[in-house]
Design a protein around this ligand. Structure first.
Ligand code: ZN
Length: 307
């Protein structure tokens, strides 16, 4: 079905070309999923959010249409965000990267990676926009993960649980499904516990349910250990970016206050820091951690826990 003699470069090129078109579809999903009354497949044709006009095929060519039209709608001349071509290019780059690092004979694994990555891109940008993760991605992922694990049991080849179920042998389909279900329970369960403890300590909601469901879905693909590692990575990256944000806002506030000749109190800075800490979506970091684990977990885990 797929020519397994393809060189990594050829596979990367083909993946990248498909990726740029998929990126165009991801843009539609990112725009429509959080909106009431819009479905990803309905209306089938894309329209301009400004003037509601249906787009011609020539306005739908990924990246190129945006560049040729100078980032404006042909009808109403309204600005089209540069994020549309950027999401298309990012998707193309990620797809090409996955094609490059996945050997052609492991094409079922490549398909899984591309699917998970694309869903996580949607979750990331919707979370940036609306501070929510669409259930289509999180709950959908939890439903699809055991099925995919059944079809592509290699996904859990390094899982200690799958190996235990398979009695030390190469995990089969059943063992992979067990590992997937355990991964969902561990991923969702650990964030649920973190949220519960946070709520007891802070006296307010500490973890969005969307994040709980997203890490549950991630665990279904990368297993329980992978989900925990993705959470650690996400927390580290999120903490660095969060502290950076707080410092930036703190400096901004100080310079603004200094211009007015007043002094900032530490209470003021603290209030601002808290406010921007609360405004930080966690989904994008969970997504990033999951992609890293999806690509490199097997190498890391077999190194530390050789089978
Ligand atoms: Zn328009």
């Amino acid at each position: 079905m797929i020519d397994t003699d393809l060189s990594p470069l050829a596979l990367a090129g083909i993946s990248g070309l498909f990726g740029v078109c998929v990126g165009s579809f991801l843009n539609v999903a990112i725009y429509r999923l959080p909106k009431e009354g819009l479905r990803v497949w309905k209306p089938a044709r894309s329209f301009c959010p400004g003037c509601q006009r249906q787009l011609e095929w020539s306005e739908n060519i990924p990246v190129l249409s945006w560049a040729v039209q100078g980032g404006r709608c042909r009808g109403c001349k309204g600005r089209i965000s540069v994020r549309y071509p950027l999401v298309e290019l990012l998707t193309a780059a990620c797809w090409a990267w996955m094609g490059w690092i996945t050997p052609a004979e492991q094409w079922p694994m490549l398909l899984v990676r591309l699917m998970v990555l694309s869903a996580l891109l949607v979750a990331t940008f919707v979370d940036f926009d609306c501070f929510e993760i669409p259930d289509e991605v999180s709950i959908g992922g939890m439903v699809v993960a055991p099925l995919v694990s059944f079809l592509v049991p290699e996904l859990h080849a390094a899982s200690p649980i799958a190996r235990w179920v398979a009695d030390g042998a190469e995990p089969g389909r059943g063992a992979a499904v067990v590992a997937s279900l355990c991964g969902i329970a561990v991923g969702g369960g650990v964030l649920l516990a973190v949220g519960w403890i946070g709520e007891k300590l802070l006296g307010k909601e500490a973890m969005g349910l969307g994040d709980v469901k997203l890490l549950g879905a991630a665990g279904g693909f990368v297993g329980g250990g992978g989900a925990l590692f993705a959470l650690v990575l996400a927390s580290m990256v999120g903490a660095v970016i969060g502290v950076g944000n707080i410092l930036r806002l703190h400096c901004e506030l100080r310079s603004r206050v200094r211009r007015r000749g007043a002094r900032t109190t530490s209470a003021q800075s603290f209030a601002i820091a808290r406010a921007c800490g609360q405004m930080l979506p966690f989904g994008p970091y969970l997504a990033l951690g999951t992609v890293v684990v999806l690509l490199y977990w097997e190498a890391v885990s077999t190194r530390f826990w050789p089978a």
